[in-house]
Each structure stands twice: as C-alpha cells, then as structure tokens.
Ligand binder design. Structure first.
Ligand code: RFL
Ligand code: PHB
Length: 390
C-alpha cells in the first residue's frame, strides 16, 4: 500500500487533518488502534473556539455544529459564594460554542465514510519507520494480516500515549512537564443546566465546573484527589460535593439526577519540542497536553492540523517546502501561549493545600482584581476565546 500522508490516530486531530487533506486533494490513510465505537465512547472536550468552528466549516463538517451547538457569549467565575460574569463577547467581539468532542468526532467520521476515505480501525502492533530518511512507512496488523503503508509523510495524531512521539530517539526531542496533584471527576447527566453559561468555581473545598452538552444534558466536574477511584463516588456523594462548591442560591436551584457517565481525569501540562522529526509531524495531544481548565486541548489540536494541512498543501500543490519547514515553530508559538493560559487558570481556580494560607490569599486577591479590572478581564477573555492562528 502507498499513500501521500499516513495519519496515525483517528481522534479529532487525525480526522480533521484527513478532512482538510481531502479538500486539498491529498491522498491519505488513517490508522487507528481502537474501534470507531470506542473512539466515540470517550467523553472529553466541550468548548470550541471560533478558529476551530471555522476549520470544521472549511472541512465541510459544520452543519450540525451550527444547528445544535450552543453559542456562549460569556462564563461565570465563582468564588466567596458569588458569581462574576466574564463577558467574552463584550470584551473581545468573539464567542465560543459548546459542542461536545464526541459530536465533532461523529460528524468527521460520518463525512469520512460518505467520502469513502480509508480508515483502518482496530489496527494492532502499529509502528512507524524510516521517517528520518526519504521513505517512511507505517506497519500494522489488521484483519489477521500484516500491512506496510509506504508514504511521503507521517502525521502523528495518536495522542499522549501514542507510538509516534515514543518512536523519536530520546536525543532528538525535549519534553517539558508539570503534573498537578489532583484530578477532575466528571459526570454526564440528563438534567437541565444550573445556569445558561458555564460556571468555573474556586471554593475552599476545591474547584468545580458546571458545563453542559445541551439544554437538557449537563457535564459537571469537581476537583478530587488523584488516588480517588470512580467507585468511591456514588451519584449522591457527587451531588452533595458539587452543591457544597456552588453559591447557596445556585445550590438551591440545582436539579440532580442519575449520572450515565463518570470518569476521573488527571491534570497535566506537557510539551514536546520540536513537533517535526524529518518526515514525521506530531499534532494535538501527541505533542502537548494542557489541563482542561482553559478548554484548550481540542482547540490546539485543530490549530496544529490546520497549519499542517496548509503546509502539506503547499508542499504537494505549490511545490514549496516553507510551510513544512516552519510548522513546528509556528505551532509551538501558539501552543506555549495556550499552555501558559491553561496553567494560570488552573493555578487560580484549584485548591493547592501545599501552598498554604498565603497561596489561598494570593488566589483571592487575583480573583478580586480580575473582577474589578476590565484590562485583566480582557486578557482572560482574549485567551479563552482563542488566539488567532498565524
Ligand atoms: P486523542 O483524542 O487522544 O486521539 C488520539 C487517537 O490516537 C489513537 N492511538 C493510536 N492509533 C494508532 N496506533 C497507536 N499506537 C495509537 N495510540 C493511540 C487513540 O486511540 C486515539 O483515537 O488526541 P487528539 O486527536 O490530538 O485530540 C486531542 C483532544 O482529544 C484533547 O486535547 C481534548 O479532549 C482535551 N480536552 C478539552 N479540550 C478542549 O479544547 N476543550 C475542552 O473543553 C476540553 N475538555 C479535555 C476536556 C480533555 C479531558 N480529558 C479526559 C483528558 C475535558 C477532559 C476531562
Ligand atoms: C466540558 O464541557 O467538558 C468542559 C468545558 C470547559 C472546560 C473543560 C471541559 O474548561
């Protein structure tokens, strides 16, 4: 088998890259370790920046997002028992759209199937070779057979635990990491949202986030110890804890109900540099992780693959290597700014017992300053709605 671009991973990075390459007339194949149903079963991101929405439109995949996504003009910060609105649209002229990553993935998968583009789901023993020379390839087992997919370039869209970054010789890659001493316990439940916009809360008991998937489905989170297990958290325990972290008037209005998904995610900041190794290009979570507080992970992934698709288009269709040569530098410049914002927002909103009472007072002073200063709110809003793609 031969193709122009072999894409490893069918998460949002791999699928969106495939859709953009299709538009540019570039041949490609996606190789995914899991089944399509497994990929669709992962509950993750919920907030799309305008840049990501525009890219999904460009890829011809935005119809359901526009019909069913919820445009949000602001969100609330909650501390000291009160909510304070950050007016994203008033401060930046931009908004975000609440639309689950599961739905983005479903739309991209459906379009891909309609276009008849090739995806190998359930591929085993996926390995990459030859990317430091002129003839890279991806090898894997599928349907009881061993396959070798020769290509011009490999796109490593295989997430944090993937094989692509792990195949780069240690001396060629530098990694930067911060692991946070807590996780997020998240639930999905079919009840009306407690508020029509998101609430990010800093309480003495720890962080809480009230998000949603629709007018009848909520995605709520609480900060929890890293060694907690999902089995430790009955629905009753979750609702009691969530309520305690909300202002009293919201807690009174909160509608509870049985959860149908519950999971714990660790929080991590991570960047691998560079994002190019010969004919291998990393994109999305394969190259960087942000803690979910800033809602940046999926949006960064979309930004990476937009730059990569543009660069591959220049290479194959305009015979210019400039975009590929500058891919890593351009992507990382945006990645580091999103890393900074996500780290800052995480540090501001979570309980860090090791920082003591001084740390708590610093958080409180910064939150109060934020609520009084239009300049500080503008800086926050500008980052939350997303920095422009270069
Ligand atoms: P993914 O989604 O991990 O997909 C990688 C794919 O590669 C496959 N794979 C392999 N395939 C072949 N061979 C191998 N050896 C392979 N190894 C792995 C995997 O099976 C998988 O299908 O990475 P991608 O595509 O880069 O997408 C990144 C996003 O998924 C991620 O950044 C976001 O979900 C992060 N995130 C959020 N991002 C936002 O922009 N806004 C949010 O509101 C937001 N909230 C979140 C989040 C992530 C969370 N968790 C669970 C980490 C909330 C949470 C709780
Ligand atoms: C979500 O809805 O899952 C969500 C929203 C905002 C975040 C993180 C996750 O910052």
């Amino acid at each position: 088998m031969r193709t122009q671009v072999a894409i490893v991973g069918a998460g949002p990075s791999g699928l969106l890259l495939g859709a953009l390459l299709h538009k540019a007339g570039i041949d490609h194949v996606i190789i995914e370790r899991q089944s399509a149903d497994y990929v669709l079963g992962r509950v993750r991101a919920g907030v799309l920046e305008q840049v990501a929405v525009d890219l999904l439109d460009e890829a011809g995949c935005g119809a359901r997002l526009h019909a069913e996504g919820l445009p949000h003009d602001g969100f609330d910060l909650c501390f000291g028992g009160r909510r304070h609105r950050i007016d994203l649209h008033g401060l930046t002229g931009k908004r975000v759209v609440v639309y689950g990553q599961t739905e983005v993935t479903r739309d991209l998968m459906a379009q891909r199937e309609q276009l008849g583009r090739r995806t190998f789901y359930g591929a085993e023993e996926v390995a990459i070779e030859g990317f430091d020379g002129t003839s890279p390839a991806v090898t894997f087992r599928h349907g009881g057979q061993t396959h070798r997919l020769a290509c011009d370039f490999i796109a490593g869209c295989d997430g944090y635990h993937g094989v692509c970054r792990a195949s780069v010789p240690a001396g060629a890659i530098q990694t930067h990491e911060k692991v946070y001493p807590f996780g997020w316990l998240g639930i999905l439940a079919d009840v009306p949202p407690v508020h029509h916009e998101l609430i990010y809360g800093n309480s003495e008991l720890g962080f809480m986030l009230a998000s949603m998937r629709s007018a009848t489905r909520v995605r709520y989170y609480v900060q929890c110890p890293l060694d907690d297990r999902v089995e430790d958290w009955s629905d009753d325990r979750f609702w009691a804890e969530f309520k305690r972290r909300l202002p009293a008037e919201d807690a009174e209005r909160l509608v509870t109900g049985p959860s149908f998904e519950k999971s714990i995610a660790p929080l991590r900041s991570f960047v691998a540099e560079p994002m190019r190794f010969g004919r291998l290009f990393l994109a999305g979570d394969a190259a960087h992780i942000v803690p979910p507080t800033g809602a940046k992970g999926l949006n960064l992934a979309a930004g990476d693959v937009a730059l990569l698709a543009r660069a591959l288009d220049e290479h194959f269709n305009a015979k210019s290597g400039e975009g590929l040569a500058r891919y890593s530098e351009r992507a990382l410049s945006r990645v580091w700014k999103a890393e900074r914002f996500s780290w800052w927002f995480t540090s501001l909103m979570h309980d860090f017992p090791e920082n003591g009472s001084f740390g708590r007072r610093m958080q409180r002073a910064e939150l109060e300053y934020l609520c009084q200063s239009t300049a500080a709110q503008t800086a926050m809003a500008e980052n939350y709605v997303g920095l422009p793609l270069m």
